[in-house]
Design a protein around this ligand. Structure first.
Ligand SMILES: Nc1ncnc2c1ncn2[C@@H]1O[C@H](COP(=O)(O)OP(=O)(O)OP(=O)(O)O)[C@@H](O)[C@H]1O
Ligand SMILES: [Mg+2]
Length: 384
């Protein structure tokens, strides 16, 4: 068990832009930290630097009390599971699990004890004598994870370990990993570009873009208080809607408007965005915070946004409703209860949950409606 500390870590590949810029973060002992971000943002590079597979250009990495900048991977007390985990095809599951311990000259009885224990935890006891080709994708994945945990490292590193699995298995393995983390109580650093994996597994999420950390926070903190439009758009499905317009002061009351519709902002938000009146601003609203005014009845408020229903996608438990608005280039996606009546081609006056909307500076992308006193990204691990 160990904490992992990255202090102002940079990575520059020769002849290449910076892959990682000023990565500065303390990952707590027993924390499940998830690095998320689009392809090429530097997630794997960060992980590989922690593992020692990639040299760092500048900065310091410590595992536990020890600076590991010059410590070779095998002496870092870490185990890594990759996307393309390769099991040894000619070895049984048992031997695959035992291999790392044999290399390290563990006595046979200790190897057997550990392999049996890990096989029990991961539900592999029945499969120990099989070769990898006789396993399903999910079972192979479990063997790959088993190979890592059998060594009882201080830190686990995962690089998109589930991305080769089909959707259903991914969900299952996600739950397994969650369980495993609670059971092992070991520091885990997990890379994915799947925001659902990030939301469901993480104690804290790090959102990266172009080598830079955008935001660090607990999953709901990131979902509810995204620091900028990038983070807001990256986390959430369907993604947050962005409507382009300006802020207008109407007799002291601040509205967001695009010249067709207008939204009266809540008192709290008004007080925070006042200095942006007259500037181009993006109004951000998540699909679940959009409502049909006709369905919800007359609600006091001076919001008027008239849309046309273009497409309805029933999903069983809910439906996605695609709305067009004359001044907006992109359709607005709303998420309604499946049984709410919506007719394609009809007009709909929409309402927003004003406690849950965001206002972004169009130029910088900064979320200007976000309270500055958001709970600071916690370094305390909850529970355990
Ligand atoms: N060995 C290398 N040599 C040169 N450039 C590299 C090397 N490895 C990665 N890069 C570059 O560094 C940047 C970060 O790459 P990295 O693999 O960390 O991205 P990632 O976030 O893991 O992306 P993905 O989601 O696609 O796996 C990219 O621009 C990539 O092209
Ligand atoms: Mg990667």
């Amino acid at each position: 068990m160990a904490e992992v500390k990255l202090e102002h870590v940079f990575k520059e590949y020769p002849g290449q832009v910076q892959a990682v810029n000023d990565f500065d973060l303390l990952i707590n002992n027993r924390e499940f930290l998830v690095l998320v971000g689009p392809s090429g943002c530097g997630k794997s590079t960060t992980l590989r630097m922690i593992a020692g597979l990639e040299e760092i250009t500048k900065g310091t990495i410590s595992i536990g009390e020890r600076v590991v900048n010059d410590v070779p991977p095998k002496d870092r007390d870490i185990a890594m599971v990759f996307q393309n985990y390769a099991l040894y095809p000619h070895m049984t599951v048992y031997e695959n699990l035992a291999f790392g311990l044999r290399l390290r000259h563990y006595p046979n009885d200790e190897i057997d004890r550990r392999v049996q224990e890990v096989a029990r935890i991961l539900g592999l006891l029945e499969l120990l004598e099989r070769k990898p080709k006789a396993l399903s994708g999910g079972q192979r994945q479990r063997v790959a994870v088993g190979r890592a945990i059998v060594r009882k490292p201080a830190v686990f590193l995962f690089d998109e370990p589930l991305s080769n699995l089909d959707a259903k298995l991914r969900v299952e393995m996600r739950a397994e990993l969650n369980k495993l983390h609670h059971r092992l109580k070991t520091t885990m650093i997990y890379v994915t570009h799947d925001q659902l994996e990030a939301m469901t597994l993480a104690d804290r999420i790090v959102v990266m873009k172009d080598g830079w950390i955008q935001q660090v926070g607990r999953p709901l903190e990131i979902y509810d208080y995204p620091i900028n439009a990038f983070v807001a758009g990256f986390i959430g499905t369907p993604p947050m809607n962005f409507l382009h317009g300006t802020l207008e002061d109407r007799n002291g009351t601040i509205f967001w408007t695009d010249g067709h519709g207008a939204v009266k902002l809540s008192d709290d938000v008004q007080s925070r965005v006042r200095s942006h009146v007259g500037r181009k601003t993006t109004f951000g609203v998540r699909p679940e915070n959009i409502h049909d005014k006709a369905f919800h009845g007359e609600v006091s408020g001076e919001t008027h946004l008239l849309c046309k229903v273009e497409v309805v996608e029933p999903l069983g438990d809910e439906q996605y409703v695609y709305l067009s608005e004359p001044r907006q280039e992109h359709m607005i996606i709303a998420k309604f209860d499946a049984h709410q009546k919506v007719s394609v081609g009809s007009e709909m006056e929409v309402l927003f949950n004003l406690e849950r909307i965001h206002v972004f500076d169009e130029e910088t992308g900064e979320n200007i409606s976000r309270e500055n006193t958001q709970p600071v990204a916690s370094t305390e691990k909850e529970g355990n």
